[in-house]
Design a binder for this molecule. Sequence first.
Ligand code: MN
Length: 693
Amino acid sequence: MLASSELIALVKSYDPEANADMLKKAYIFAMEAHGLQKRASGAPYFYHPAEVARILAELHMDVPTVVTGLLHDVLEDTNVSFEELEEIFGSEIAFLVEGVTKLSKINYTSAHARHAENFQKFILAVARDIRVLLVKLVDRLHNMRTLNYIEDPEKRRRISLETLNVYAPLAERIGLSIVRKEIEDIAFYNLHPNEYSIIAMKLEKIRNEDSDFIENTIAELNNILTKEGINATVSGREKEVYSIWKKMQKNNISVEQVNDITAFRIIVNSVKECYAVLGLIHTHFQIMPGRFKDYISIPKLNNYRSLHTTVLGPKKQPIEVQIRTKEMHKVAEEGVAAHWGYKSGNVLTSDKDIRAKKFVQDLVTVAQTSPNPEEAMNYSRLDMYDDEVFCFTPSGEVVTLPRGATVIDFAYWIHTDVGNTCIGVRVNGKMVPLKTVLRNGDQVDIISSPYQHPEVAWERFVVTGKAKSCIRKYIRSKEKAEFVALGLQLTQHVFAHSNVIFQEDAIDLRKFSCDKINQFYYNVGKGVISLGKIRELLPKVTGDKSSEFAVCITDFTPGIAVHFADCCHPILDDHVIGILVPEKGLVIHLASCAHICCDGQEHIQVKWNHDDYISRALVCHLRIVMLNKVGSFADVTEAISQSSGHITNLRVESRSDDFFELQVDVKVRSDEHLKDMLATLRSSQSVKNVKQL
Ligand code: MN
């Protein structure tokens, strides 16, 4: 196992001022935290984080990143808490470790490319700091190197698929191609063992036929370069099995038909030399048309720069030649890591650094670098997706929504019907109010009920066009029916009030300029036809006696034809009256509301119907025994509203010196919601006992 002294020496080799104490402290801390835990291989668990730290050091990462490598599994797999890490190692490292831990909790489950792309975005958003992503990628690299110890073939498959679809593209995206190539090959080997061995065997065969091919070609290339006085490093290698396979798939060819199974690399000192070498290669060997690429003039998106050409080599077989400078080579292998300033005081000056800056800008917001460690952290922040938020469903599907989206937006994203019938939401396992704004990484579980329907109030807090238009559409579709129904009840109310038996046929529609009875009711509901006029023209169908008639508030959707007044906020079972407001509908006030006393408006009798209400949300009756002390009431009501319960009634049943006994009626959405609420109440220090009646 890597010793702490070896790790420190390795880091000191590129950062002489590295904090050795910090590295040593993290090394011992992680080793003790993992204790006797074992890996699938049977090796001590700590072997894994130590290797991750070693690879990070080999990539010349800064000390916090290497320390994060050592600690990256302690939050997930040991008893160590975030607070403990923060206290011992500071907030930067605690933040980085927590970031890696968050990424470990998500599993990529879908095989769809669309989901893979979303998943990549999601990881970038959750990672927030590029160093989190680098540690995660190196963690994955080491896990892939030890994948053969995992016995369950299905698990190996899942990890390989995730590696190929999610982590390899992410590694490529930040230019970490040495990691990308290695994890791709191991994943490919596990997913397609037959194809892998066929290609590997054929490569072996080709190699045996001309065992000195690579060596001889390198010698010849060196020869040409030396004659021209160019100082260069030439290397040659076989391409990776996976990249050969991809080429075979893409062009539908056999392994023998794959050109340039071998690639040669010429590394020189300047851009000028790159083009000079290109000229030499093209004069000495026959060029294969259409294969020349100049990634120096036009770098790849991940800032890869190099010249590529394919020529017929010394033995007339195609070889690929890549020509680049040392700096380009470092970027090609390590990508963003190559530019990682391990000293926070780095100032971007040279041409190379400006390009690096532009590149990092694509992935990272570049704040002014300064010796201040907090600002240095900003430099590495990943917030390219700041206008989006990434959440996922209980089955792990990633949902991308605009920032500021609420759980209702999420419900409508799933399906219009899910949105329309959304009655409650659990985020990360906890019930939350429907207007809750989503954050990156939230797992969202929508609870729906066939009795639920969109509420007018939702329109105010949703942000997606789909949610907005669905809610509006629902309201429009309800509007006419609601005003007609209200008009009918108001007409019945006028009849009853005048002690006349209600008979629809008796209404003379022509006197109200209406063709159809529903048109009449609609106009009554909207307040266009005044109740006074109906009363005036009332057909005289008097009977023995007429019963009282009150408009039933709970027959209506709040916010369409019937509204609750903003001045007094009536709730279920309050003593209320209605006032008809032209064009708006019936506004419900508390009977005692000061706003309605003396302006001559007609007070319309209204009532609540419990049965209707209960069909939409359950009202449950709780008996709560709480301590008789200051603040107890506040504690209880806060506990209820925290779990988004709505108190519809509250009575003090008895009181003693020590205790209050309350009966509280609370509207809940489901049994689970009730359970959550009871748990919250029971955990309150002011509550002695809670019982459902
Ligand atoms: Mn790990």
